[in-house]
Design a protein around this ligand. Structure first.
Ligand code: MOS
Length: 738
């Protein structure tokens, strides 16, 4: 029936992206532009004793050097940004640059040099001399884990049953600690902003996942009404969470532009990105699992600690999904945070979930070996038929089918249970699996549809497209419900002039914004029906809005397509050249009666070189159940991306800090390793579609982050199977296997 939804579509913005027509934040052309270059500090804690800018100010082309001594104070903030893993209304205490002499972290911005050219600003930045009163710093999460606390804003998390007692009396138990280092997002496009003031009105071109949250942040920073701030962000070259919270550079850029009464551009260097946009926190997790001999879980204790800054309490909600994945009557799963003299962490690629599930799914593998039960069988024994946390039914849950299909495709039944039992020549072969889980979130969102009498439509919502294919899927949804061809629909996003949308994050965009686009398109049909039925001889007399659909320029009865009106003729008779509808969609009350989750199963083959300890993921099968798949082409691409992220997290990624200096030692892509093509071998992604009428009108669940969630654990489990070595500290680098 559907003409576009569920069909493979190439990206509507693909040609613009590969031909350079797509403009990223730093690429907008603005007359009279000045260039800022950020100067980073060199100590982790203390105060700035002196800052000498005279030589820099005398350098060629330099317009001004901003420091805490001459930078204006930015106003108090309040942010209503809704960010994963749950919506909260909280004060925006995010770090703002040059507000005092205080140093909160190493590589903190201490000056901004603005010059006529980028090269002049960069050169002069090296002439700024700073001295510090250093204080004792602490950047090692491990060393301060004992002072961890429950975040103040954390919702109360109940203990289920009596986990301690159940643990004591369990027939079989495992207990271990798992560690995940700090990791950085490292999108291709560096963060950038161009700020242009006209009086008290600010236009800012910014790399962001949420134009409205940047607008709020800047409006309160500068004490101007939100309507005065226009944030423009049509294309984003990857973000992975690094543009969800207010970063310091937009306010810094706008501050300089306002002071100089001149447009200013600031682009982070790769190094500056490492303290400029947050990171996945350093996470230490202790898990204890108790089970009956049959494999049935009787106790789960999952305690997570991660770092935050001294500025803000960031919570990754690491143990959240542990409460919902397996049926278990006794559970304790707290999350605690501990202060470090580092920038504030943020959400990164399947935040919380991938960290928590790394620990839990490795622990499940350890339990499987303690019980001598096949790891997949153990998951099935503990399958949660209803949500163990709330007792509610799932709106849909095809995880069992994911396991079955993945195992069949992978050939899991041919797996030999014993570690080190499979070989390929001199290489050790390991097969591991894990479960993935993510929420099926939906946020309030608004969209606008303008249908022109000529049969074209403009559709708009201030969402973002950081890569998943939002331009394309929104165009498809609009074309579907307006009955138009794809090329007759133009979708716009990334501008605060457009109706309000949540930030693109949490894998909730299609559910949220897609539902709004659908609603606005249907509202156009309703309006047209009313207009048609004002006419005495309307062939649609008596029809309700739900009885009609738009297709190829007609509004027609679904049950009898021969009863129709011509849409442009109806508009013409009413002297209308266009009809505009704005629709705001919200999560339904029906959702409350259900638990809404997306699930997946991952099967991994690794080959390990026993002499040098290198691990290659030679085969990955990723099966996801996340409701309706709107655009299989883009969706497979999303899941492949998730697997690649998982490979990076499992085998390569780590931000190294020299704790003597509290300083990141690898803030570049030479030493911060991410997978390259040679690291990526066979990846197969499969969807088990769910017909879910509860989650939202489109039946879609979150999918982008889901694809990553089980991968690091599945790889670690495969490495154990290959080598007999249980590596609980990521990344699994060669020296850990020797
Ligand atoms: Mo994602 S970490 O919610 O951008």
């Amino acid at each position: 029936m559907a003409r576009y939804i569920g069909k493979e579509m190439s990206r509507v913005d693909g040609a613009a992206k590969v031909t350079g027509k797509a403009k990223y934040a730093a690429e907008f052309q603005v007359p009279n532009l000045a260039y800022g270059f950020i100067v980073l500090g060199t100590v982790a804690k203390g105060t700035i004793k002196s800052i000498d800018t005279r030589e820099a100010e005398g350098a060629a082309g330099v317009i001004r050097v901003f420091t805490h001594l001459n930078a204006p104070k930015l106003g108090p903030k309040s942010s209503t940004e809704q960010a994963p893993p749950r919506a909260t209304e909280e004060e925006d205490k995010s770090f703002r640059a040059l507000q005092s002499d205080k140093i909160f972290f190493n590589m903190q911005p201490v000056a901004l040099v603005v010059a006529e050219t980028y090269e002049q600003a960069r050169y002069a930045a090296r002439l700024v001399k700073v001295s510090y009163n250093s204080q004792q710093h602490m950047t090692d999460t491990e060393a301060v884990r004992s002072s961890a606390r429950v975040p103040a804003k954390e919702p109360p998390r109940k203990t289920r049953g009596n986990p301690e007692e159940a643990m004591r009396s369990a027939a079989v138990k495992v207990e271990a600690e798992y560690r995940i280092p700090i990791e950085h997002h490292n999108p291709m496009e560096p963060h950038a902003a161009i700020a242009v003031w006209q009086g008290d009105n600010l236009t800012i071109f910014d790399k962001t996942q949420g134009v409205y949250s940047v607008r709020e942040h800047l409006a309160s920073s500068f004490g101007v009404p939100e309507e005065n701030v226009n944030v423009v962000s049509p294309f984003v070259g990857g973000a992975f969470g690094s543009s969800l919270r207010p970063n310091y550079y937009p306010a810094l850029t706008a501050m300089a532009a306002r002071e100089l009464k001149r447009p200013v551009k600031v682009v982070y260097t790769r190094t500056q990105m490492f303290t400029g946009h947050g990171y996945r926190p350093h996470t230490i997790q202790k898990i204890a699992l108790g089970a009956e001999r049959s494999g049935k879980l009787s106790a789960m204790i999952h305690e997570a600690v991660h770092n935050t800054s001294t500025l803000e309490e960031f919570s990754d909600d690491t143990t959240r999904f542990t409460r919902q994945v397996y049926a278990c009557p006794n559970l304790y799963a707290p999350l605690k945070i501990t202060n470090t003299d580092l920038p504030t962490p943020t959400w990164m690629r399947a935040p919380g979930a991938v960290s928590g599930m790394f620990a839990l799914e490795c622990a499940m593998d350890e339990l499987a070996y303690a019980l001598r039960i096949d790891p997949l069988e153990l998951r099935l024994i503990n399958y949660a038929e209803t949500d163990p946390e709330s007792g509610k039914p799932f709106s849909s849950k095809a995880l069992r089918e994911c396991y079955r299909l993945g195992a069949e495709k992978f050939g899991w039944k041919n797996r030999k249970f014993e570690p080190r039992s499979m070989r390929d020549g001199r290489l050790l072969v390991g097969w591991g699996m894990a479960t993935g889980v993510w929420g099926a979130f939906q946020m309030p969102a608004a969209a606008l549809v303008t249908l022109q009498a000529d049969g074209t439509a403009r559709v708009a919502s201030a969402t973002s497209d950081i890569g998943p294919g939002t331009y394309t899927v929104m165009t498809m949804i609009a074309a579907e419900y307006l009955g138009l061809k794809l090329e007759q629909v133009k979708f716009e996003l990334g501008d605060t002039k457009l109706p309000r949308s949540p930030s693109q994050g949490g894998s909730w965009t299609t559910a949220s914004v897609g539902s709004a686009v659908r609603g606005a398109a249907l509202a156009i049909g309703t309006k047209l029906l009313a207009l048609a039925n004002q006419e005495p001889n309307s062939p649609l007399k008596g029809a309700a809005a739900s009885d009609v659909e738009m297709l190829d320029g007609q509004l027609r009865l679904k049950s009898d397509p021969d009863r129709f009106v011509n849409i442009s003729a109806v508009m013409k008779r009413n002297n209308l050249t266009a009809i505009t509808e704005i629709f705001e969609s919200r999560p339904s009350e029906e959702r409350e009666k259900y638990a809404t989750l997306a699930h997946g199963a991952q099967f991994i083959e690794v080959k390990v070189d026993p002499d040098v300890g290198t691990v290659h993921v030679t085969r990955a099968i990723e099966v996801s159940a996340c409701g309706k798949i709107m655009n299989p082409k883009a969706s497979h691409s999303q899941e492949i991306g998730g697997v690649v992220w998982g490979i990076g997290m499992a085998l390569q990624e780590a931000t190294e800090i020299d704790h003597r200096y509290g300083r990141i030692m690898n803030p570049n892509l030479q030493h911060y390793h991410v997978p390259v093509n040679a690291d990526i071998l066979e990846i197969e992604t499969i969807f088990v579609e769910e017909d879910d009428k509860v989650v939202n009108p489109l039946g879609v669940k979150g999918m982008g982050e889901l694809g990553m969630v089980g991968i690091p654990a599945a790889i670690a489990n495969a490495v154990f199977h290959a080598t007999g070595r249980r590596i609980r500290d990521l990344p699994i680098t060669p020296e850990k296997l020797l």
